[in-house]
Write a protein that binds this ligand. Structure first.
Ligand code: NAD
Ligand code: MG
Length: 407
């Protein structure tokens, strides 16, 4: 298994040429934070491509601000709007899923994988195949097809830089050490907006309440995942693939202040923790400048103002999604793929007001059981297989949903 732990013993001389960066999902929360880091140091970066799903006006605006060479919209019907918004700017416009993959394949120093969900699988894989370093926010890639992604990265000698804050913290805490020296990896989580709610209150929680994250500002899907703790479950699976450690060595600790993002407990009893203000610009800046560290604006940590750190165990009775995700990791890559597909369907149904909050985890668990009963329990051998399994998972979850609605 590939380990992202080891840093080169001899660091290369810092290059003065701007780093070429492509941003997949440039209009989202990760995309916006990435563009803000780049805007702070325009001399250090040059943007090659920016992509988005359907908001042509916004994509054109960010492409112009970042002086990108090309802007790609996945939704073909938005092409005309994009082309006219970019007219006279000198920025190339393109549309469609194949064009997003083509943009991801342009050789650059770093591709920021900031698409949400399994929609990011093909473009992120295209970036790895092209040999660019990948700063990975789109954790669903590893949840759907982690062995394939890490295998491809290993084959091509491509570096995957963990951008998710917990994994970025662990990556930093592992620096200079081998994974064989590690006893446990500890991922922290804020506990989300319902950390101290009763199950009865959670059953009635509406999307506005679930979207109100106490410490981070993020896109809607990951915000709901944070409220169910499915996000921590996806992150355990992500950490397993990134760092090559088994599920039993991956702990989750609730830390409501969100200052310590991840820890590595070594076999000699020392624990190294990484801290920063809860601001995604920091792990993003770390990935964009790696292996150097560069100055960045934004909040600085003042521990005397925070005063107190607290830690607690996650409550798996109120937050079963974490237990379900761990079980899926134990069952194999078919199960984590179905878990992700069902979760995407369930989160969309919850946001649309079609199911209650506690039904998200139930639907995911039932979908995995149904998929096993239908003989879907073999590991996907290619991205095409992984996407086909994802479609099956969505089909099963959607049919279970429809049955509920008509019951
Ligand atoms: P978001 O919803 O704010 O943005 C998603 C982006 O992906 C948008 O630019 C959208 O246009 C694009 N997109 C959506 N569907 C697409 C499709 N079918 N084809 C092409 N592009 C598509 O999401 P986000 O919060 O920025 O999260 C992005 C990823 O990063 C997720 O996997 C999330 O789990 C991960 N992540 C986010 C944060 C955060 O702070 N937001 C932190 C850690 C990890
Ligand atoms: Mg995270």
């Amino acid at each position: 298994m590939v380990s992202v732990a080891a840093s080169p013993a001899v660091q290369p001389e810092p290059s003065t040429a701007p780093r070429r960066v492509t941003i997949l999902g440039a209009t989202g929360s990760i995309g916006t934070s990435t563009l803000s880091v780049i805007a702070d140091r325009p001399e250090a970066f040059a943007v090659e491509a920016v992509t988005a799903f359907g908001n042509a006006e916004r994509l054109a605006r960010v492409a112009k601000e970042a002086r990108a060479r090309v802007a790609v919209i996945a939704d073909r019907s938005a092409y005309d709007a994009l082309a006219s918004a970019l007219a006279g700017s000198g920025i190339e416009a393109a549309a469609g899923a194949a064009a997003v993959e083509e943009a991801a394949s342009r050789p650059v120093d770093v591709v920021v994988a900031g698409i949400v969900g399994s929609a990011g699988l093909a473009p992120t894989m295209a970036a790895i195949r092209a040999g660019s370093k990948v700063a990975l926010a789109n954790k669903e890639c590893l949840v759907c097809a982690g062995d394939l992604f890490m295998g491809e990265a290993r084959k091509g000698g491509v570096k995957i830089l963990p951008l998710d804050s917990e994994h970025n913290a662990v990556f930093q805490a592992l620096s200079g050490h081998s994974i064989d020296e590690v006893d446990r990896i500890i991922l922290t989580g804020s506990g989300g907006p319902f950390r101290d709610w009763t199950k009865e209150a959670m059953a009635a929680a509406n999307p506005d309440q679930a979207l109100k994250h106490p410490t981070w500002s993020m896109g809607p899907k990951i915000s709901i995942d944070s409220a169910t703790l499915m996000n921590k479950g996806l992150e355990v699976i992500e950490a397993h693939h990134l760092f090559g450690v088994p599920e039993e060595q991956l702990d989750v600790v609730v830390h409501p202040q969100s200052i310590i993002h991840g820890m590595v407990a070594y076999k000699d009893g020392s624990v190294i923790a990484q801290m920063s203000a809860p601001d995604m610009r920091m792990p993003i800046a770390h990935c964009l400048s790696w292996p150097q560290r560069s100055p960045i604006g934004g909040p600085r940590l003042d521990l005397t103002r925070i005063g107190r750190f607290t830690f607690e165990r996650p409550d798996l009775d109120r937050f079963p999604a974490l237990r379900i995700a761990r079980a899926a990791l134990g069952a194999g890559s078919w199960a984590t793929n179905i878990l992700n597909a069902a979760n995407e369907v369930a989160v969309a149904a919850y946001l649309a007001g079609n199911i209650g909050f506690l039904e998200i985890a139930r639907l995911v668990e039932e979908t995995i059981e149904r998929a096993a009963a239908q003989g879907l329990s073999h590991a996907p051998g290619s991205i095409k297989d992984a996407l086909a399994l994802d479609r099956e998972g969505r089909r099963i979850a959607t049919s279970l949903l429809t049955r509920r609605e008509t019951a």
